[in-house]
Design a protein around this ligand. Structure first.
Ligand SMILES: *[C@@H]1O[C@H](CO)[C@@H](O)[C@H](O)[C@H]1NC(C)=O
Ligand SMILES: *[C@@H]1O[C@H](CO)[C@@H](O)[C@H](O)[C@H]1NC(C)=O
Length: 307
């Protein structure tokens, strides 16, 4: 019994330790850098990215569009990687076909700030959207990360922590791509400051006052607080807290392995009807100004934590 007690005590320490190891700033220190970066957000560049990544269904590749999306993504990222020697790109193999992709911005430091998005989510998190071409569900988050990377390169950002841009494969098995990655990071004691997932950020809910949402379950409260502070300063929209009530996106995988995480999404989740506003998930339904508001939060998050 004592043994169990000691074990429980020890475990509660490791638990607490992993969640509290890094404190999130309670005030913002790099307003000018964030503000200058926000000025560089390019809606056209995001549009072209989504157009390219959602055009997978052509006659050459129809049999294998999930893997083609990965090659397209890599094609779009490669020019940035080869032009900057501090960037590297890795594909992560899974027991299923579609690979995950990680872009690493390497510094001599050990701590890493993570931004996440997913490549394909048809079957699990947003089942009612499974008929869609995925412009919002699976391309808007990737477009946001692509934009953050482009902007940070453009302003010649000099991070003091590593930054990782994750593009998770989720095909066939919900969240499994990100789970494998965070399980590996947990086992290897990788020093992750935090992870913020960007998922389905392109279509504001027309029935509610303009806002962006942050999902607070399977998430770290201090990180959520920090993100709301960033939005308050840099976004024109309030960042409203909301709940999924299930492990609805890849932030839940980071959270499962005790890495502080949160999810930014386009609007508050109003039960199952949340999806109804988007009957055709195609590029012409995306509001790139809405995606840009998520990118502002992403830039604030990255610059404040990685400088
Ligand atoms: C901080 O940046 C925002 C734009 O992102 C700008 O509107 C605001 O004026 C800046 N605040 C200060 C104190 O510089
Ligand atoms: C997005 O998801 C849809 C629906 O599951 C899928 O058909 C499409 O290939 C995916 N797009 C990308 C870029 O992975």
């Amino acid at each position: 019994m004592t043994f169990i007690f000691i074990l429980a005590l020890l475990c509660s320490f490791c638990y607490a330790d992993k969640f509290t190891r890094h404190r999130f700033p309670t005030q913002l220190s790099y307003n000018d850098t964030v503000s200058n970066s926000i000025d560089q957000i390019d809606l056209q560049r995001m549009y072209l990215f989504v157009a390219s990544i959602t055009s997978c269904h052509n006659r050459y590749y129809i049999s294998d569009s999930g893997s083609v999306a990965v090659s397209k993504l890599i094609d779009l990222l490669n020019p940035l990687i080869s032009a900057n020697n501090f960037l590297s790109i890795e594909t992560v193999e899974h027991p299923w076909k579609q690979k995950s992709v990680i872009v690493k911005w390497n510094t001599p430091q050990k701590e890493t700030v993570v931004l996440g998005s997913h490549i394909d989510s048809s079957s699990h998190f947003f089942p009612s959207r499974s008929f869609s071409p995925g412009a919002d569900d699976n391309a808007s988050g990737m477009a946001a990360l692509f934009e953050v990377l482009n902007v940070l390169l453009q302003v010649q950002f000099k991070p003091n922590r590593n930054i990782e841009f994750h593009f998770y494969s989720a095909e066939e098995s919900g969240l499994k791509g990100s789970q494998q990655i965070f399980q590996h990071y947990s086992r290897t004691h990788k020093n992750i400051i935090s992870m913020v997932q960007f998922d389905t950020i392109g279509i504001p809910n027309p029935h509610l006052a303009p806002h962006m949402a942050v999902v607070t379950d399977n998430a770290s409260p201090p990180l959520v607080q920090f993100l709301r502070m960033i939005a308050q300063r840099h976004s024109t929209l309030p960042l409203s807290p909301t709940k999924c009530r299930y492990a609805c996106s890849d932030h839940a995988s980071a959270n499962k392995f005790k890495f502080p995480s949160a999810l930014i999404t386009e609007s508050k989740l109003l039960g199952r009807n949340w999806f109804v506003h988007s009957t055709a998930d195609t590029i012409d339904h995306l509001d790139f100004n809405h995606i840009a508001e998520a990118v502002k939060i992403a830039l604030g998050y990255t610059i404040e934590l990685a400088t």
